[in-house]
Write a protein that binds this ligand. Structure first.
Ligand SMILES: [Zn+2]
Length: 112
């Protein structure tokens, strides 16, 4: 088992986990309850939620998927958006809620 990715925002980590699993890669989350305990306010990376790849042979492919997804989403934005529909917090550069698919930015630049 190898750690693949670590981020202070649990929803970001959970998002990547769901993508990896949809690609058939077995993963495990560690520190997933840290956020609930309020410890995520402490900037100690050791406590950040992180994704582990269960099978080492999947690691290169998992990392490739991560890189591709990060490039697409520009995930490292520090501005988060709360979904109006389900309340999930999404990274600021997301167009659609990763949880329910609600349009996060449409009201800003689309005519309704
Ligand atoms: Zn949503």
């Amino acid at each position: 088992m190898k750690e693949l990715y670590r981020h202070k925002d649990y929803s970001t980590v959970a998002y990547y986990k769901s993508i990896l699993e949809s690609e058939g890669i077995a993963t495990m989350l560690r520190n997933e309850h840290t956020t609930m305990a309020g410890l995520s306010d402490i900037p100690i990376p050791e406590f950040y939620p992180n994704i582990c790849v269960m099978n080492d042979e999947d690691y290169p492919r998992a990392w490739e998927i991560m890189r591709r997804t990060m490039h697409t989403n520009a995930i490292d934005s520090e501005v988060d958006i709360s979904c109006k529909s389900c309340g999930e917090v999404n990274p600021g550069n997301f167009d659609l809620c990763f949880s329910c698919g609600e349009d996060l930015v449409g009201r800003n630049h689309k005519i309704e």
